[in-house]
Design a protein around this ligand. Structure first.
Ligand SMILES: [Zn+2]
Ligand SMILES: [Zn+2]
Length: 266
């Protein structure tokens, strides 16, 4: 199982997950043209995507989904609540699922895990294939016991480190936006993400990527400072996803043996 990101942050998100002959895209917050260019960078043609899974209707996750789906005949998996927003009505094909559902696409089992976020029926995903588990967990304002259970035992995890609380509060956002971002249905700050990480069963964790960093209210250094102590303890490879280039393919198999030279800061 491997995964890559076309970009991660409030300007657009899209993640690829591959196992055996199955290739999935999670979200597409980029225009189809931009997404196609970014796909090319990681060696993927749009037509080779088996499905696009949508986490929720916010523009940084769904802006390009309908057009990309239509252009290349790709089915789109989304919750009933996300579909009800009509932000994805132009898709080639919609497959509606419930938050909490577990379903298979090709050789990948997908679990749609409900998250506390200010959207209609938002979910995040855990993927299982061939004994490997990968979690993608961004866009949540608080931690629930169900989330801790659902994302424990992953081999790879892309986790939201949205903002440093002090930077957000001292920054230029208007008060209403600050309260929204920091609220229970907003986004995880660095300390919350570190706290969540400390609650998960991380014994299998080999790759941890900090994602969805706010360009305004966070820095990779702040995120790394919050997570290094937790994940490095388990020997996981650690890196930060960027808005411009996401990250290139990471293979859970290749990271199966924990490296002593954990790539902190790269
Ligand atoms: Zn987002
Ligand atoms: Zn969102």
């Amino acid at each position: 199982m491997r995964f890559a990101s076309l970009g991660s942050g409030s300007q657009g998100n899209s993640t690829l997950v591959a196992a055996d002959d199955t290739l999935l895209m999670v979200d597409c917050g980029f225009t189809p043209k931009e997404a196609e260019a970014r796909l090319q960078r990681v060696g993927v043609t749009p037509a080779s995507l088996d499905a696009i899974l949508v986490t929720h209707e916010h523009g940084d996750h769904c802006a390009g989904v309908a057009s990309l789906s239509k252009r290349h005949g790709i089915p789109v998996y989304l919750t009933h609540g996300t579909a009800a927003t009509n932000r994805l009505s132009g898709c080639h094909q919609q497959v509606l699922v419930n938050a909490g559902a577990r379903f298979s696409i090709g050789s990948i089992t997908c679990s749609a895990v409900p998250v506390p976020h200010d959207a209609r029926e938002p979910v995040q995903f855990r993927f299982d294939a061939g004994g490997w588990s990968l979690g993608i967990l961004t866009d949540l304002g608080s931690i629930t016991p169900h989330l801790v259970a659902s994302f424990s035992g992953c081999d790879g995890l892309l986790l939201e480190f949205n903002h440093e609380l002090d930077l957000l509060m001292q920054g230029p956002y208007p008060g209403t936006l600050k309260r929204r971002v920091a609220g229970d249905f907003g986004h995880l700050n660095n300390a919350q993400a570190g706290h969540l990480l400390s609650q998960l069963d991380n014994r299998r964790l080999r790759i941890l990527v900090a994602g969805h960093l706010s360009q305004q209210n966070n820095t990779p250094e702040h995120a790394l400072a919050a997570l290094a102590g937790v994940a490095a303890h388990h020997g996981a490879r650690i890196q930060v996803a960027s808005q411009d280039s996401g990250f290139d393919w990471l293979s859970l198999l290749e990271e199966a043996e924990p490296s002593l030279s954990a790539a902190v800061g790269t």
